[in-house]
Design a protein around this ligand. Structure first.
Ligand code: CP
Length: 324
């Protein structure tokens, strides 16, 4: 089944957030615009709005996370929701209960919205197909498949720095093969009509279908970074590699790590992004990660506003846009 079949309600409303594939430029722009209004809330002393008052949000993370889990929790609390963080290691799934039985039991407690990270591709999609009509699922990363809210917060950050995205070039560098972030980001960037997307990686870390997605592929980082406006670095996902696809970390850094010298190949006002967690000295030099062109911590901050926007939209409590 295509995610889009179940992501939207029959009236076209976003009911779940499972993938950026097929989401469309208009919908993504709606999410980014709504997130701008929530970024204003997050800058105030009292960082709360009542849009999810009375709703219960469940954080269900079957994989480790710092940024996604914390920003979803903060986003839900800033929308005034009640938040339940399930400790998966201490839950009944560790005694053999199935994922769908766990969800059914949480639904029996009148939980309204599940935020789920899972190592299996398609897990959030599976849950979305089984929940009650008034329950919503947000994919916080499933296997190699998708990480839609990361892609949305990334394009939000890009748009804030480079509003004319159709004139801009984006280079995604590193382990694209195992990156759900890269996949979701490419779909979102294409939907927004970005000028150019480049993928830079050793051949063993490139997925097979990239050129079909309109991405220009480079194995040489110096050539690939020439005159780009936005550089997105990716972590080497060794935990997802079944075989040795790479030389040592130091050889990888020598070949594809982002140093100040390499960054100088990009435009002088290029921004550097990374979804985190960063591995300094493996894919990125500390002088770049902490340097003036880095917007890595802005991405984290923007994650709260984006996740507030996505939760309010799927729950149907977002303020109506003018003209809708
Ligand atoms: N970017 C990201 O998903 O980070 P976490 O694994 O810390 O959530």
């Amino acid at each position: 089944m295509v995610d889009g079949d179940i992501q939207f309600a029959p009236d076209g409303r976003l009911r779940h957030c499972l993938t950026t594939e097929g989401m469309g430029g208009e919908r993504i722009t709606e999410i980014l615009d709504l997130a701008e209004s929530f970024a204003g809330v997050n800058d105030k002393t009292i960082k709360k709005v009542p849009l999810l008052r009375g709703h219960t949000v469940v954080n269900l993370f079957f994989e480790s996370s710092t940024r996604t889990r914390s920003t979803f929790e903060l986003a839900a609390k800033r929308l005034s929701a009640d938040v339940l963080n399930i400790d998966v290691q201490r839950s009944a799934t560790s005694k053999g209960e199935s994922l769908l039985d766990t969800i059914a039991n949480l639904q029996a407690m009148q939980c309204d919205l599940f935020v789920m990270r899972h190592p299996e591709s398609g897990a959030a999609n599976l849950v979305a197909r089984h929940v009650d009509d008034d329950v919503h699922v947000i994919n916080a990363g499933d296997g190699l498949h998708a990480h839609p809210t990361q892609a949305l917060l990334d394009v939000f950050t890009m748009r804030r720095h480079k509003p004319d995205l159709s004139e801009r070039s984006v280079a995604i560098v590193g382990d694209l093969r195992h990156s759900r972030v890269a996949r979701s980001e490419i779909h979102a960037l294409r939907a927004l009509g970005v000028g150019e997307i480049r993928a830079i990686a050793p051949r063993t870390l490139l997925p097979v279908d990239l050129e079909g997605l309109g991405v220009r592929v480079y194995e040489d980082i110096d050539a690939g970074l020439a005159d780009v406006d936005i550089v997105v670095m990716l972590r080497l996902q060794r935990e997802r590699m079944e075989h040795a696809l790479l030389p040592s970390s130091s050889e990888y850094f020598a070949g594809w790590g982002l140093t100040p010298e390499r960054l100088a190949r990009a435009r002088p006002d290029a921004i550097v992004m990374h979804p985190g967690p960063t591995n300094r000295g493996v894919e990125i030099d500390s002088r770049v990660a902490d340097g003036p062109q880095s917007v890595i911590l802005e991405q984290v901050t923007n994650g709260i506003a984006i996740r507030m926007a996505v939760m309010a939209l799927v729950a149907g409590t977002a303020p109506q846009r003018e003209g809708r």
